[in-house]
Write a protein that binds this ligand. Structure first.
Ligand SMILES: *Cc1c(COP(=O)(O)O)cnc(C)c1O
Length: 471
């Protein structure tokens, strides 16, 4: 596969370069494959549907062709995914896709674990380790730390702002040993990011250590997220008749979004032949994308804090990939878009629990509310020219091409549940009156020893520490 760049289509590079560089420093653009090959229809139409791992292998194959042989790709997939993503029906026209069965209980495990193994593969013949530096405001750091832990040839240093992550998040970050460690920086998330960025531009340091990043713009995190869209849409297609007697339904993926990596992965799956009719781009009060879809103007802005804090992104980087793949008109035909404020998030967790008995986390709750509105008259109201004030929480005033399917009650939603509700226990119990059960793998982390290393918000000290402690 050839990879190009969102800002310069004359760029042509391979998977290895795209993965190890993360982004194209010359243009500031993001890497993107030049094509999204269709999966073999015999695989898509097979019943029962292929397993998650089989789909993962077949989908990954064209993107690594010529660079990772089949048997090594099989091993990477096998090792990355000892868990899957179950589909849970919650009412006649809604399914929840549980993406929290990985080690850190969030969907980022799917991308980070594939990326770690691919990087390790590309580093296999080097004599020195590849050093990953990652700044985190919470969840990314633990997914990356966990995904890279004990993976050979890789070494990870996580920077997080002292006192600014939750107790559980801090435990998830700071208790690794071996090749993963966390620096507790006396500063903000932006300070952490600045330290990392300065390190990447420090040629003296780069002469001594091989550095790489692991953030969500990396193409090797996006591609694997497309696997669960394909798998879940096939599962739903094959069982929906039995669940609801709806013939030939439009399957809509409802995606709680921040940086829009997850949704971009859904677009890739659809291009590759997943039976997904369209998407709902659902955000919290950080509504840069809904505003773009409504007004046609893209305006990045500072983020605001919400209960769905992993989606607190005011300048979503994957906007650039979406805009490189589709025109605004195409986006408006493919997507409905929706935003929800904090009061709405609490009300939605409560509503989902009372209506279905399902405990949803604050991120999934944004998607649950979006889907509920869309199927209960929201699109009809848009059609009638009502509720078009996008300064209030609600649906953007475009009518996607699958609108009539929804109005005819021939659509089902797949709601992406991106985190386990126990990760946001206090918000969830505020809404439902009950604390969610904590899974064993989260509980265990709470009793581990904190190994975080204190660090001043000072580049010279940070650099000195790196040179003294990393090889
Ligand atoms: C990161 C994250 C999101 C947002 O995903 P994007 O790919 O950035 O849009 C949503 N929910 C949870 C729990 C997350 O950790």
């Amino acid at each position: 596969m050839i990879y190009t760049d969102t800002r310069d289509k004359s760029v042509k590079t391979d998977f290895r370069t795209a993965v190890l560089n993360g982004m194209n420093e010359k243009t500031g653009g993001l890497y993107i494959p030049v094509s999204f090959p269709k999966l073999n229809p015999s695989l898509i139409n097979r019943t029962p549907e292929p397993t998650f791992r089989e789909i993962a292998f077949e989908m990954a194959k064209p993107y690594v062709e010529g660079e990772i042989p089949d048997k090594d790709l099989q091993a990477i997939i096998h090792d990355a995914y000892p868990f899957t993503a179950p589909v849970v029906p919650v009412d006649k026209t809604s399914y929840v896709l549980e993406l929290f069965h990985g080690p850190t209980c969030a969907f980022k495990d799917f991308g980070a674990r594939f990326m770690a193994r691919v990087m390790s593969y590309f580093n296999r013949n080097e004599s020195s380790p590849l050093h990953i530096l990652v700044a985190t405001s919470g969840d990314t750091g633990s997914a990356v730390g966990s995904a890279f832990h004990n993976v050979s040839g890789l070494d990870v240093t996580i920077l997080y702002p002292e006192g600014k992550v939750s107790e559980l998040q801090e435990k998830q970050l700071s208790t690794f040993d071996g090749n993963v460690r966390a620096l507790k920086v006396k500063g903000t998330f932006d300070d952490c990011q600045k330290l990392v960025k300065t390190a990447f531009t420090d040629n003296a340091l780069r002469g001594k250590l091989r550095l790489s990043s692991a953030n969500s713009i990396n193409i090797s995190r996006l591609l694997p997220q497309s696997f669960y869209y394909m798998h879940s849409s096939l599962v739903v297609k094959n069982r929906v008749w039995g669940d609801s007697k709806i013939e030939d339904p439009a399957i809509i993926a409802v995606v709680p979004s921040g940086n829009f990596g997850n949704l971009t992965s859904g677009l890739i799956a659809r291009e590759m032949g997943a039976p997904i009719a369209g998407f709902v781009a659902a955000t919290n009060s950080n509504k840069t994308i809904p505003d773009w879809i409504a007004s046609g103007k893209y305006e990045a802005r500072p983020s605001v804090e919400t209960y769905a804090n992993a989606m607190d992104v005011g300048a979503p980087s994957n906007y650039e990939r979406i805009a490189a793949m589709y025109s605004l008109d195409e986006v408006r035909r493919l997507f409905a878009s929706y935003w929800l404020d904090n009061d709405g998030i609490i009300a939605s967790i409560k509503n989902c629990f009372e209506k279905t008995g399902y405990t949803i986390d604050p991120h999934g709750a944004v998607a649950w509310k979006a889907w509920s509105e869309i199927k209960n008259g929201g699109l009809q109201a848009i059609k009638d020219g009502k509720n078009t004030d996008i300064s209030k929480p609600g649906i953007t005033p475009n009518l996607p091409e699958w609108t009539d399917k929804v109005l005819d009650k021939k659509a089902v939603g797949i709601i992406l549940e991106t985190a386990h509700p126990a990760k946001f226990g206090s918000t969830v119990s505020k809404a439902t009156g009950q604390s969610p059960l904590i899974p064993d793998r989260l509980e265990k982390v709470l009793s581990l020893k904190d190994r975080s290393i204190p660090m001043e918000n000072d580049y010279e000290q940070f650099k000195e520490w790196l040179l003294a402690n990393l090889q």
